[in-house]
Design a protein around this ligand. Structure first.
Ligand SMILES: C[S@@+](CC[C@H](N)C(=O)[O-])C[C@H]1O[C@@H](n2cnc3c(N)ncnc32)[C@H](O)[C@@H]1O
Length: 225
């Protein structure tokens, strides 16, 4: 796979952030959910604890909990420092300040590490654009802070192949955010939507009750018609 841990900066969001980023409803919680690129987020652990069914897929899961923890420890302060330097690129309304950000992220990643250690079956090592799942294995696929955000690094072709793959394994796909790292709208989004709509998918962008990266308050929802 050629994926090495020193290329990765593990950074995981909380369950509450997932609920808001993807505008998840009570009905969504009863769906078979795929979290694609979940990394060290605590969504899987906390939804499973509440009786939900969720599988996370990420190349990070090739590594042991101990190795992932060491990499989190090695990179955490650097990410916090960079966030501090770019303070004005973020809205501090849901997360009030850097101290709260530190608490939220530390707690999410610790929750993930415990769960990853004890419930290995919920965490599958794999990566877009080819996922190790059957057609229609999930009702809903969520992908946070990977597709669209990294449009500068990931080509349009990769995005289209990845969306086709997510739509193969799930009846509905939601992507958040629609912005790139520099807060400009993803350079690929129009072409991705146009391709999917031309191939029978229904796509729409929606405002969600979450904003941390300034201007990042929309998700893309794609469904089979
Ligand atoms: C910025 S993190 C986001 C983690 C989590 N979704 C969140 O929002 O807290 C991006 C994640 O995407 C994973 N990733 C990178 N390339 C991937 C691929 N081709 N397929 C699936 N996941 C990938 C990384 O390992 C990392 O965990």
């Amino acid at each position: 796979m050629g994926f090495t841990l020193d290329q990765v900066v593990p950074w995981g969001r909380s369950y509450e952030e997932y609920l808001a980023m993807f505008a998840l409803t009570e009905a969504d919680m009863h769906k078979r959910i795929l979290g694609c690129g979940d990394g060290p987020a605590s969504f899987n652990a906390e939804l499973t604890m509440r009786g939900g069914k969720v599988i996370s897929v990420d190349p990070l899961y090739l590594f042991s909990a101990e190795d992932i923890k060491s990499r989190i420890d090695a990179t955490f302060d650097i990410v916090m420092e960079q966030t501090g330097k770019n303070y004005n690129d973020f809205t501090w309304k849901h997360i009030k300040d850097l101290d709260e950000l530190k608490r939220v992220r530390t707690s999410a990643m610790n929750t993930f590490l415990k769960d990853f250690h004890s419930k290995k079956e919920n965490y599958i090592a794999g990566e877009l654009p080819a996922l190790p799942f059957e057609d229609n294995e999930f009702d809903l696929a969520l992908c946070s802070h990977l597709l669209l955000l990294y449009s500068e690094l990931l080509s349009l072709e990769f995005h289209i192949q990845s969306m086709i793959e997510l739509c193969r394994v799930a009846a509905e796909v939601r992507i958040f955010p629609l912005l790139e790292l520099n807060r400009q709208k993803s350079r690929h989004i129009e072409a991705v939507i146009s391709y999917l709509e031309g191939n029978g998918m229904l796509c729409r962008t929606e405002i969600v009750p979450y904003e941390f990266q300034k201007g990042g308050f929309e998700m893309l929802r794609c469904m089979r018609q």
